[in-house]
Design a protein around this ligand. Sequence first.
Ligand SMILES: [Zn+2]
Length: 143
Amino acid sequence: MADAITELPPVAKSFHTFCKKCDVDRYHKVLAHKTATSAKVECEVCHSKSTFTLPKAKKATTARTPRSPSANQRKSNHQSEYQELLSSLSSMEEKPYSLKAKFEIANKINHPKFGVGVVRSVQPDKIEVVFSDEVKLLIHNRP
Ligand SMILES: [Zn+2]
C-alpha cells in the first residue's frame, strides 16, 4: 500500500496513483499544478492525462473557523453598551431625529428607521449615535 499523499508532488516528479485507463495503480508524472490541491498528471504507462486532486486536508478547513465567535462577541459587547447607555438615561425624553435639530452628547434620540439611540459624540454637523445594532454617523444641526 502506498502512503496517502497529503501534498502535491512537485512538477515533473512521478508518484503512484490510480490510472482509470490502466485500471490499476501506476506511476504518474506531474505535468503542472492547476490549483493548490490539484495537478495535471500523465500515466507513465498509457500516457493518458488526468487531473489528480488531493483528498481534502483537514488542517486547511479547521484552521480558519474561529471567526464567527469573535463577531458574536463584538455584537454582544455592543448590545450591552447600548443597554447600559439606555438604562443610564432612562429618565431622559427621546427627541425625534431630524436633520435640522441640534443634538448634544448623551441625548436620546428616536430615529424613524434605526429606533432609539444615544448620542456618543458630537461634531458641528454630525453626531455619532449608538443604536441597538450598530453605531451610526448622522447629520444634524443643518441650517
Ligand atoms: Zn495508465
